[in-house]
Design a protein around this ligand. Structure first.
Ligand SMILES: [Zn+2]
Length: 167
């Protein structure tokens, strides 16, 4: 996925560039390519980016530590403010800052938009915080329990040894 030169988006019909997605995301362990569509609309002073699609990723369960597959459905959008001029007067900057607060990100209107990075960010935000493979999976026997079992075996062995000692 190539970076998009932002002024180029204006040349598309309805000032909207559509990207059909069928890509493996190397940063996430995706088992199937992410299939979907991304739309980038040039709104003059901002970019409106929306994405819809799905993939299957491999996660590790927080409870049983087993790997499992998770179907990740993504449907979201974001507006990115386009920063027009860098040498504007102070009053303009103050007005602009008020508007910028509604936008989480800004880009230069003469700059580039990286759809790959943006898509990865949106996917990362969609990965569940609490990863559970199922509701009834079990916590594995911990190393502490295992070592306590071996200590018990040691004491049992010692008792058996004592029994064998001549009285
Ligand atoms: Zn589990």
């Amino acid at each position: 996925m190539k970076k998009i030169y932002i002024p180029h988006v204006l040349q598309f019909s309805q000032k909207t560039q559509t990207i059909i997605l069928d890509n493996f995301i190397t940063e996430l362990v995706t088992l199937t390519p992410f299939r979907g569509v991304m739309m980038i609309r040039h709104g003059g002073t901002f970019l409106e980016i929306s994405i819809e699609g799905e993939t299957i990723i491999n996660l590790i369960c927080d409870r049983c530590l087993q790997q499992y597959n998770y179907r990740l459905n993504l449907k979201t959008f974001e507006n990115i403010w386009l920063n027009k001029s860098s040498n504007s007067n102070q009053k303009f900057i103050q007005e602009k800052e008020l508007i910028v607060e509604d936008f989480s990100e800004t880009l230069s209107s003469e700059g580039y938009f990286d759809p790959k990075v943006w898509m990865y960010e949106q996917l990362s935000l969609s990965v569940p915080l609490r990863k559970l493979c199922s509701n009834d999976c079990q916590i594995p026997v911990s190393i502490d329990k295992k070592s306590s079992i071996s200590i018990n075996n040691y004491w049992k062995g010692l008792e058996n040894f004592k029994k064998k000692l001549p009285k």
